[in-house]
Design a protein around this ligand. Structure first.
Ligand code: HAM
Length: 430
């Protein structure tokens, strides 16, 4: 048989990266707890119809979709939002609002593999459902900023927009929904010329094309100036003006919260998923040109799934991309604390070595036992190579006096310590 490798687009995480992924997940879980989001676990497999309903062409075409043995058309989830919306439309439909729900897990998209883009990836996903108020949008932005800060990322920039501006214009111009969605997809891919051509082809007014042309060029960090201009450009489209005002209100709240977020507004910003109805945003760091997270407001999805009308806003953070950003910014020290290698000097002392190891683990100290039958010198070299801090050498002479030798491999010092004093000694970090 030829040597196996991972399937295209899939990857293994070796211990160091696996540890970083779990570290970020731990931080996201902590943020969920601090903001009051309850974790739910939904299936990796859902009905194709549910996942495809409002995914947008980009995601829809890239789903791992297939018939199961019972002939049902199913797919691996490309995102969490439809699953959470399904739950709120069904099982949770009569529960009191708002819902703050959190998910963590793997997602699947048949994307073209490239830097930071895989066919299996992980998200921490937050959904706030039941409120149409700007403070709900502000909360989603703020918790994303909290996550970026707690993992130690610096110079994070949030790009914001509002789909209500473009959709407000297109709907007043009576562009049909299918064309409107196509325009939004092209905008998402920054193919502005193609988007404008499509709009022109849909028989809109000259004023509409001119307005859109100005909007796609309107972006920058002076967020309130940009929004004022946006309002001026779209003044004859009432819904677009409302959308710009809504964005203004959200951003005002974010700033009033005292949260120091670097924000830019992009009037031509659109996202691939079709369900968005309001504010949309993505988070970036200067070292990478791909988004670390993205989300926004979607007020009609739950209703579309047969639930009560439930406005909602949410965000998904790409765990793998956050890890990449941390690697670029060198934010995580991977040094291990207080690990112990337990080395019995000879065979007859193995049982005693296992017993002391267990005592240390009971006190929450990580211990690895020498299992290769190596001599002490070789075992110490191995511990050193693997950056283990302490070696405990279990020798006959010391053991007769109820003691062991503890060697600090970093400082290259050692001392004889009574068994009942080992924990104290290790915790004193000397
Ligand atoms: P999304 O923008 O499709 O939004 O994905 C969110 C994040 O997942 C991206 O910013 C990126 O970090 C990560 N991601 C997406 N695709 C890949 C990939 N192929 N490889 C690696 N990472 C990837 C959503 O999924 C929406 N459900 C977010 C949302 C929640 N909107 C409202 N609520």
């Amino acid at each position: 048989m030829s040597a196996f490798k991972t399937v295209r687009g899939m990857r293994d995480f070796l211990p160091e990266e696996a540890k970083m992924m779990k570290y970020i997940e731990g931080k996201a879980r902590k943020i969920a707890e601090l903001y009051g989001y309850k974790e739910i676990i939904t299936p990796v497999v859902e009905s194709h119809e549910l996942l495809a309903a409002k995914a947008g062409e980009e995601v829809r075409l890239r789903m791992y979709a297939f018939k199961d043995l019972g002939g049902r058309m199913i797919a691996l989830r490309p995102e969490f939002t439809p699953s959470v919306a399904r739950l709120v439309a069904t099982t949770l439909r009569n529960e009191p609002r708002p819902f703050r729900l959190f998910c963590m897990g793997s997602l699947y998209r048949y994307d073209e593999p490239q830097q930071g883009r895989y066919r299996e990836f992980w998200q921490s996903n937050f959904e706030l459902m039941g409120s149409n108020k700007p403070e709900a949008d502000a909360e989603i932005i703020m918790l994303t900023n909290s996550l970026m800060e707690t993992v130690g990322l610096k110079n994070c920039v949030f790009k914001l927009g509002h789909v209500g501006v473009l959709r407000g214009i297109l709907s007043k111009e009576k562009v049909d929904e299918k064309t409107e969605n196509e325009v939004m997809q092209l905008m998402d891919k920054k193919q502005y010329d193609d988007a404008l051509k499509l709009v022109e082809g849909a028989g809109v007014s000259g004023k509409c094309v001119a307005t859109l042309r100005k909007l796609v060029e309107l972006k920058g960090g002076r967020i309130f100036e940009i929004i004022e201009k946006m309002k001026k450009y779209v003044k004859s489209y009432e819904k677009a003006v409302d959308a710009a005002e809504n964005l203004q209100e959200i951003l005002k709240l974010v700033l009033e919260s005292g949260c120091e977020i670097d924000m830019t507004v992009d009037a031509g910003f659109s996202r691939g998923l079709e369900y968005y109805t309001g504010m949309i945003f993505e988070a970036y760091v200067p070292e990478l040109d791909i988004a670390l997270g993205g989300g926004g407001r979607y007020d009609r999805l739950i209703e579309l799934f047969g639930g009560e009308p439930t406005p909602a806003v949410g965000i998904a953070h790409g765990i793998g991309r956050i890890m990449m950003a941390m690697q670029r910014q060198k934010t995580l020290k991977t040094g291990e604390e207080n690990r112990v290698m337990m080395i019995p000097v000879k065979s007859e002392l193995k049982g005693e070595a296992l017993k002391i190891s267990q005592m240390l683990r009971d006190a929450d100290i990580p211990v690895e036992v020498e299992v290769m039958g190596r001599k002490v010198t070789k075992a110490l070299e191995d511990a050193d190579r693997r950056k283990i801090k302490y070696a405990i050498i279990v020798g006959e002479k010391e053991l007769n006096e109820g003691a062991v030798v503890i060697r600090n491999l970093m400082k290259r010092e050692q001392s004889t310590v009574k068994i009942e004093k080992i924990i104290e000694k290790l915790e004193s970090k000397s």
